[in-house]
Every structure is written in structure tokens, then in C-alpha cells.
Design a protein around this ligand. Structure first.
Ligand SMILES: Nc1ncnc2c1ncn2[C@@H]1O[C@H](COP(=O)(O)OP(=O)(O)O)[C@@H](O)[C@H]1O
Ligand SMILES: [Mg+2]
Length: 401
């Protein structure tokens, strides 16, 4: 809040900081109550931070100063000093909480649809690309904001370690809302042609084939661009064009045809090592750095592995009574220890919930954790990892117990 200095005379309270909005060399004046009644302390701090005036004046003297500062162009920035309380500090949270959680649709209940987690979501249009519901899937409350962002048609980038549940979160929301999803993995052979489309000859005729992006945009499907940090620059350039809500796609190759997004179209991306995951970049060889301008076009959510308790719950929901509570807790603890070893770089391979479920399933058939670990864990990792994982397992499960 900026007030001309002279106005402070009319105020009962002339205290505050007076600065010059255009002259950066002018420094700033601070007026604060003095220890003695009816007197004011005046300080001037130069632009370089040096304080060279610190004096006590009476009200008449202060009034003269305020008029002088006003003539010079100083304005009062109330309560801006370091030792003064910011304005509205106490009321900010009260005001915020009054407005928060009043997203249109939630307040008036006009959003007809399905409840996923704690969020009301619109129905999708069905079709062959609706993923299967995973009955064991757990919508943790921390995912609620991702779900709300889907309703609001925001661009969502999910970052986190491999196997932490990025892809399955979007797929399971789609499964529960009867919404079709396409996936395109950038860490592989996906070309601009696959992504955008290409011309081909069929029966002597030249035909245009839409890539996954225009297909999803036209049909109102969701598109998950997996491992976007491995995408080639040409694909990123195309992606950037449709990142604005309502953003259209220009098919240059198809005579500049414009593809407008269907209202149900949503765009998601996943990545392992961008943004706050950058500290783990060494674990994901070959990932590109995403620049801030690109990241700022997304809501970037970090998806961590399920907690031990959550993972134990998932095991119980997946296998029912075939797995006891104790077994579930032990298995979840093994997975957690392996992940810690991975983050310490003692293990080269990540330990996903998928791997844990697969191991458990085979263990229930063979009755032997070690045998079951062969095809589900050991055969997939290097010899050093086998040794460490085996010792972690034996630490939790006594083979002769
Ligand atoms: N919240 C969850 N509830 C139940 N299972 C989960 C959950 N999150 C992840 N999983 C399991 O972990 C597996 C790996 O998750 P995925 O989404 O493929 O990981 P990412 O895409 O991060 O690599 C899923 O197939 C699923 O079985
Ligand atoms: Mg994935």
C-alpha cells in the first residue's frame, strides 16, 4: 500500500517506511515511535544499506519532514520495515480459508459425475481406451489436488521415481470415470510422426494418419506423455503449442490443418528427474533438463512411493486373506528398505510397487520368498543388486523361522 508522505500527517499514525518509487538512489526513511511519549524516531538508510541518520524529533518537526519528503516524491509503504509487522498478516489465512475449497461445481454441486478419492469428477465417454479398474488401487488424499486439476483442465506433470505410481494415478482416475486414455512413451522409438501424424500410401491412395496427439485432441481422450524428459526437441515444440488450455494444434504437414481440442481432452506428462527430482538425475541416464519456461506451463506434482502403511494396505487389498497383516507389513518394509538403498545409490535398480506385488503373487504360489524372488526380482538386476536385495530380504524374513 502506497500513501503520499503528506497524507500521513492526517493519519493518527505517521509511522512506517517512506521510500522513493522511482529514484533508487534516494534510500528510505523510517518513522517509528520513540521511547519518549509524543516524540518520533527518524532513521534514513542509504540505497547501499548504510544507516547514517538516526534521530528523535517532536511532532511539529516530523510534520515538516513529512511535507519535505512529499515534495521530494517519497511515499509511505506501511509496515514494510524488517522489524515491523507485515500488514494483514493475521487476516490473510482467515480470508483465504473463507474462499478456499469453493471451486465452482463443488460449492453448488453442479458437477454430476463420479467420486474419485474426495473429488467429484465428470463422466468420460467410454470406449475401447478406458483402462481396467485396479481394485487394489489406493487414492491417497494427497492426490486430491491432482484430481481437481484434471476437472479444471490444467496441464499436469507428474514427477517421481520409477514405479512410484505416476502413470497408474492417471490411468486409475480414467478407469473410475470411464474415460479413454492414450499413452506415448518418449523413452524409446516414439517419433514426431508417431506423435503428430504422417502421410502413407494405402491401395494407391495417399492418406494422412493422425498421431496420438491429434487423435486424443479430436476424440476427447486423455494423453499421457510418459518420460517427457526424454522427448526430442521437435516433440517438445509441438507439445508446447497445446499446453495452453484450449491450445490448438497446427498440423503443418497436413496443409496447416488446425486441430481444436475436444472438451474432454486432457494432457499429462510424467518424468523422473526434472524440477525438484533433479537431485536424482544421475539415476536416470540420458534424461534432458527441462527449462523453467516449459515447467511453468504445468502444475508439477511430485509423486512419492506409497508409505509402508499404504503399501501394506495395497497388498491386503490385492491378495485379501491370503496375506496376513504381519506379512503385508514385512513385505512393505522390505520394499521401503530397497528404495532407501536405491536412493543412496547402493542399489542400481528401483523397487516398484508392481515388483512387490509380482513377487508376493509368486511367493503365494511357491511358498518360498527366495524362489519367488528369482523371476520377479533377481533375474532383472545385476549380481551386486541381487546380493544386497537378498540380504535385505533375509534381514526381514528369517528363512528358518
Ligand atoms: N496408489 C496405488 N495403489 C495401488 N497400487 C499402486 C499405487 N501406486 C502405484 N501402484 C502400483 O505400482 C505400479 C507401478 O506404478 P506406475 O504408475 O507404473 O509407476 P510410474 O509410472 O511412476 O513408473 C502400478 O502398476 C500399481 O500396481
Ligand atoms: Mg510410468
Amino acid at each position: 500500500m502506497k500513501v503520499p508522505a503528506a497524507n500521513s500527517i492526517k493519519d493518527d499514525d505517521p509511522t512506517g517506511t517512506y521510500h522513493h518509487p522511482t529514484d533508487v538512489t534516494a534510500g528510505q526513511w523510517t518513522v517509528s515511535p520513540s521511547e519518549r511519549p509524543h516524540l518520533y524516531r527518524i532513521r534514513h538508510r542509504r540505497a547501499n544499506g548504510e544507516q547514517h541518520i538516526d534521530t528523535v524529533v517532536d511532532y511539529d518537526n516530523l510534520k515538516a519532514k513529512l511535507l519535505k519528503w512529499d515534495r521530494e516524491g517519497f511515499v509511505r509503504r506501511e509496515h514494510a520495515g524488517p522489524d515491523e509487522k507485515p500488514i494483514h498478516r493475521s487476516t490473510f489465512m482467515r480470508d483465504l480459508l473463507e474462499s478456499a475449497g469453493q471451486t465452482p461445481g463443488e460449492r453448488d454441486g453442479s458437477l454430476a459425475g463420479t467420486r474419485v478419492g474426495n473429488v467429484a469428477m465428470p463422466h468420460g465417454n467410454g470406449g475401447p481406451f478406458v483402462p481396467a479398474v485396479n481394485r487394489a488401487y489406493l487414492f491417497a488424499p494427497r492426490f486430491d489436488n491432482v484430481l481437481r486439476d484434471i476437472v479444471e483442465n490444467r496441464r499436469i506433470l507428474l514427477i517421481g521415481h520409477t514405479g512410484s505410481g505416476k502413470t497408474s494415478l492417471i490411468e486409475q482416475v480414467a478407469a473410475h470415470t470411464n474415460q479413454g486414455v492414450l499413452r506415448s512413451n518418449m523413452n524409446g522409438q516414439t517419433t514426431v510422426g508417431d506423435f503428430v501424424g504422417f502421410w502413407t500410401v494405402k491401395g494407391g491412395e495417399t492418406l494422412w494418419v493422425d498421431g496420438v496427439l491429434p487423435t486424443a485432441m479430436r476424440e476427447g481422450l486423455w494423453l499421457i506423455v510418459d518420460e517427457v524428459d526424454f522427448a526430442e526437441p521437435a516433440i517438445l515444440a509441438v507439445l508446447t503449442a497445446v499446453l495452453e488450455p484450449g491450445g490448438r494444434l497446427l498440423l503443418k504437414e497436413k496443409g496447416n490443418e488446425i486441430v481444436a481440442p475436444h472438451p474432454s481432452f486432457r494432457l499429462f506428462a510424467t518424468a523422473n528427474a526434472v524440477g525438484s527430482m533433479g537431485q536424482y538425475r544421475h539415476l536416470y541416464q540420458g534424461a534432458n533438463v527441462m527449462n523453467e519456461a516449459f515447467l511453468d506451463r504445468w502444475r508439477v506434482y511430485r509423486i512419492d512411493y506409497l508409505s509402508r502403511d499404504e503399501e501394506a494396505q495395497v497388498l491386503l487389498r490385492t491378495f485379501g486373506r491370503r496375506v496376513s497383516v504381519q506379512m503385508a507389513q514385512t513385505l512393505a518394509a522390505i520394499a521401503a528398505d530397497c528404495r532407501e538403498a536405491f536412493m543412496r545409490e547402493d542399489l542400481a535398480s528401483a523397487f516398484s510397487t508392481r515388483r512387490l506385488l509380482d513377487w508376493t503373487e509368486l511367493m503365494l504360489r511357491t511358498g518360498d520368498p527366495e524362489v519367488a524372488a528369482g523371476p520377479t526380482i533377481y533375474s532383472k538386476v545385476g549380481a551386486e543388486d541381487v546380493a544386497l536385495i537378498r540380504s535385505i530380504i533375509q534381514h526381514h524374513i528369517d528363512p528358518h523361522g
